[in-house]
Design a protein around this ligand. Structure first.
Ligand code: FAD
Length: 309
């Protein structure tokens, strides 16, 4: 037998916690399921500088602790360490299967975020956790006074490179093009930082070392020439994709797994909404996740009122 709720939210990041605040405040009985601890991706971000209301910036963890405290103040039950493995739909009810049992509700908000894309090169799997990381804030301190490479040219790569530069001796930024994609203010900061060296038009083809990262092999995207760069760590920021396989054919997705919604954030199935990074959209930030969470919650509330017998 599955435990019955009015609404279920999947994922306790900025989108899911915001949706929870709105639903609970509207008097909708809600359960939030989270596969790890509450907070989502921002808990791994050293400093958030662009979330309104914090002119001096705020640590990602502190910001998300405040989101969680706000949700708690409205009595939102959050079931941590409950990973959703499948969602099924039958006679206007969703059944959500998790590692901690089954739950049902008439409405569901997916706020499950994204996961980093791997490079898919030799050495990446073997040396994961032995010098290869997808989170500078989590692992940066293991590389004090050592040389590291950051792969990528977007906001995540450059911001994380800057935070690594406080700890390590040198940060090589490896980018396959000759210009960064990161916001200009972030680029300017990186170009001014003496610890950062930019390796343009290069793509990694191998990461090597005996039980620990010792080097990265780069290929020049113009000449095909290979260069070995000795580093102790490699931080990978080549993109993110949504892991939405657990939704089967209840949603339409783009090529990277992002859920396609209408302007009310409803997916293909009535009563199923997507909010935050998991959704096909043009800007993935805390502020847009918060907006999505609010919108999905209000539309789910209207839907629940509509179907109420
Ligand atoms: C390095 C980096 C730096 C960033 N810096 C900034 C910044 O400075 N400012 C800014 O605005 N944005 C920043 N972002 C982007 C920001 O973190 C995201 O846009 C935001 O976290 C999206 O929120 P979300 O709630 O959609 O997803 P997430 O924060 O990813 O939360 C999703 C949650 O769902 C859970 N989950 C996933 N699958 C399941 C499942 N099957 N079952 C149960 N739970 C599940 C996850 O564990 C997670 O807790 C940064 C991102 C990165 C990677």
């Amino acid at each position: 037998m599955s435990e019955l709720h009015d609404a279920i939210i999947i994922g306790a990041g900025p989108a899911g916690l915001t949706a929870g605040i709105y639903l609970m405040r509207a008097g909708i009985e809600t359960l939030l399921l989270e596969k790890a601890l509450s907070g989502g991706m921002p808990v791994n971000t050293e400093r958030v500088e662009n979330y309104p209301g914090f002119p001096e910036g705020i640590s990602g963890r502190e910001l998300m602790d405040r989101f969680a405290a706000h949700a708690k103040a409205f009595g939102l039950p959050v079931k941590e360490f409950s990973e959703v493995s499948a969602v099924e739909y039958n006679e206007r009810m969703f059944t959500v299967k998790t590692t901690e049992g089954e739950f049902s509700a008439a409405g569901v908000i997916i706020a499950a975020g994204t996961e980093p894309v791997k490079m898919g090169i030799p050495g990446e799997d073997e040396l994961l956790g032995r010098g290869i990381s997808y989170c500078a804030t989590c692992d940066g301190m293991f590389f004090r006074n050592l040389d590291v490479a950051v792969i990528g040219g977007g906001d995540s790569a450059i911001e994380e490179g800057l935070s690594l530069a406080h700890i390590v001796r040198k940060v090589y930024v490896v980018h396959r093009r000759d210009a960064l994609r990161a916001q200009k203010i972030v680029q300017d900061r990186a170009f001014r930082n003496e610890k950062m060296e930019f390796l343009w038009n290069k793509r990694p083809v191998e990461i090597g070392g005996k039980g620990q990262v010792e080097y990265i092999m780069l290929e020049d995207t113009k000449t095909g020439e290979h260069t070995r760069v000795d580093v102790s760590g490699v931080f990978v920021y080549v993109g993110y994709r949504a892991k939405t396989g657990f939704l089967g054919d209840l949603v339409e997705r783009d090529g990277s797994g992002f859920i396609v919604t209408d302007e009310n954030l409803e997916a293909k199935t009535k009563g199923l909404y997507a909010a935050g990074d998991v959704r096909k959209k043009t800007l993935r930030q805390i502020s847009t996740a918060v907006g999505d969470g609010a919108l999905a919650a209000v539309n789910l509330e209207r839907y629940l009122l509509e179907i109420k017998p």
